[in-house]
Design a protein around this ligand. Structure first.
Ligand code: C2E
Ligand code: MG
Ligand code: MG
Length: 245
């Protein structure tokens, strides 16, 4: 697993890290998750693989917290496949894994893609509600690509929206692109959700997003997916937050 920092746009501080799975094969080289995750989903291997990723990420968070007191506020984000979410015992397994790792459930965010949610709403929804009620954070990944209606959005037990990087890329290209992001941020904020922008690559995008009221960002501008050691190094460099009186 690699970890990509999520930063607060207001002060540039790292507030979380998304676990991103990697497969390094001796013969084939690096294989992208976009290639092997769908195969793991078809074969059912995504269930043990997903459990492993969640467990690793939670243990990693606990390890950063032991090494760097500054990281006590940090969240770890873990991608969850639709296949996992539809398992009968998913909620119990997640709770057990988080518990075993010794991290607080509210420091773990599960990322679910918008399209997956829409396709499987009737089964996924009760599971997501139970997880939210257990204290976990639920985040909608790749938001804007799945055609969810506003009416449905209000009912979803999610605390956070991650705007798909295609919208962030289009923002600089046309004023229409910027207006779409403005509308997503306004809608999300009206529903009381935290808004994260994915794929932030330039200072200009970062400034615009802050202006539009986006809370957080993730992208090559801040950091690429890093090894756990690199993240620990980054955390050690961060200065304590200024105390606001
Ligand atoms: P995602 O969850 O939307 O993750 C963000 C992807 O965008 C990552 O690709 C990341 O490396 C890439 N990215 C981050 N910042 C930038 C940027 O500034 N510009 C550009 N062009 N790309 C950026 P990655 O690591 O190849 O992962 C692809 C997808 O594979 C993820 O999309 C996620 O849906 C899936 N995935 C990764 N790890 C897991 C996992 O453990 N479980 C499951 N179920 N899916 C995973
Ligand atoms: Mg994600
Ligand atoms: Mg995404």
């Amino acid at each position: 697993l690699f970890y990509q920092p999520l930063v607060s746009l207001a002060d540039g501080k790292m507030v979380g890290a998304e676990a991103l799975i990697r497969w390094r094969d001796a013969e084939l080289g690096d294989i992208s998750p976009a290639e092997f995750i769908p195969i793991a989903e078809e074969s059912g291997l995504i269930v043990p693989l997903g459990d492993w990723a969640l467990e690793q990420a939670c243990r990693q968070l606990a390890s950063w917290q032991r090494a760097v007191p500054m990281s006590l506020h940090l969240h770890v984000h873990v991608n969850v496949s639709g296949v996992q979410l539809l398992q009968n015992d998913f909620v119990e397994r997640v709770r057990a894994i988080v518990d075993r790792a010794g991290v607080r459930p509210d420091q773990v965010a599960l990322e679910v893609t918008e399209s997956m949610l829409i396709d499987n709403l009737s089964i996924a929804l009760p599971n997501l509600r139970h997880l939210r009620d257990s204290g976990l954070r639920i985040s909608i990944d790749d938001f804007g690509t799945g055609y969810s209606s506003f009416a449905r959005m209000v009912d979803l037990p999610i605390g956070e929206i991650k705007i798909d990087r295609s919208f962030i890329a289009r923002m600089a290209q046309s004023s229409a692109g910027e207006e779409v992001v403005r509308a997503i941020v306004a809608m999300g904020r009206a529903m009381g959700k935290r808004i994260i922008a994915e794929g932030v690559e330039s200072e200009l995008q970062c400034r615009k997003l802050l202006e539009l009221g986006c809370d957080g960002g993730q992208g090559y501008l801040f950091a690429r997916p890093l090894t756990p050691w690199d993240v620990e190094h980054l955390l050690k460099q961060q200065r304590p937050r200024a105390v606001v009186s």
